[in-house]
Design a protein around this ligand. Structure first.
Ligand code: PGA
Length: 272
């Protein structure tokens, strides 16, 4: 039985004080919700404060990225054990915004500037392995851009990203992972992927996991949908049999909105 995971990715929003205020409002709203796991992924600087505010709530904490080395002279990087130390269970890895794959960016973001967002399948693979070794559960993101979808490349891109991310990861670890299928064109745009199409691609990801790693990882791995999930479309998304949760950006910034989305995950859990 896969417990739906409804995770909020706060991206570059919220100070420590704002995070604590969110938690104080959010936790009472989901008190009676069961059968679903909620997680918050604040920026690094608010992790410890959010962990403190969440204590005893049952809501999990995640980081938005981590590096693949345990320690060293890597200015600005954050090691997996540091996010564990801050209270994290999850870490988002390979979000399209970390791969430099945005829907739209300001015109003066030249290729040189965009190179800052340097994740690719090889770095995602390294990050996933070191995160797992540190005891974290990676939420590995993948998805096609609008151009790739228009060219009919969605399935190929997603299969390639999956194979690259999981290369050399032992089958028993794959079963405990989380994948987030996030079409780049649906992120932050208000354009959701049709629930049936998200279900199709997620089914394809699950089939690829089964082929490569076996039946148990295929059945056990949780695969979320992400991209403009809102209170008014969450129920339809969560009605899809292959979709095990949501990775939510904009709508996770408001306690009432995110609580409604978590409740949609609970409704799905109740049906299973
Ligand atoms: P969005 O972001 O919900 O704001 O579209 C989703 C994500 O990037 O994880």
């Amino acid at each position: 039985m896969r417990v739906p995971l409804m995770a909020g990715n706060w991206k570059m929003y919220k100070t420590q004080g704002e995070a604590a205020k969110f938690v104080a409002e959010f936790v009472p709203l989901i008190e009676d919700v069961s059968g679903v796991e909620a997680a918050l992924c604040p920026p690094f600087t608010a992790l410890a404060a959010t962990a403190e505010a969440l204590r005893g709530s049952g809501v999990s904490l995640g980081a938005q990225d981590c590096f693949w080395e345990e320690q060293g002279a890597y200015t600005g990087q954050v090691a997996p054990k540091m996010v564990v130390d801050a209270g994290c269970k999850y870490v988002i890895i390979g979000h399209s915004e970390r791969r430099g794959r945005f829907g739209q960016v300001p015109g003066d973001w030249t290729p040189q500037v965009r190179a800052l967002f340097g994740d690719n399948d090889a770095t995602v693979n390294r990050k996933a392995k070191t995160a797992l070794a540190a005891g974290l559960t990676p939420i590995i993101c993948m998805g096609e851009t609008a151009d790739e979808r228009d060219r009919g490349e969605t399935d190929t891109i997603v299969r390639r990203q999956l194979a690259g991310a999981l290369e050399g990861v032992p089958a028993e670890q794959v079963a405990s992972l989380v994948i987030a299928y996030e079409p780049v064109w649906a992120i932050g745009t208000g354009r959701t992927c049709a629930a049936s199409e998200a279900n199709r691609v997620i089914g394809l990801i699950r089939a690829a996991v089964r082929e490569t790693f076996g039946a148990a990882p295929g059945a056990g791995i949780r695969i979320q949908y992400g991209g403009s999930v809102k209170p008014d479309n969450a129920a339809e998304i969560m009605r899809q049999p292959e979709i095990d949760g949501a990775l939510v950006g904009g709508a996770s910034l408001k306690p009432a909105d995110f609580a409604a989305i978590v409740a949609a995950g609970a409704a799905r859990a109740a049906r299973m």
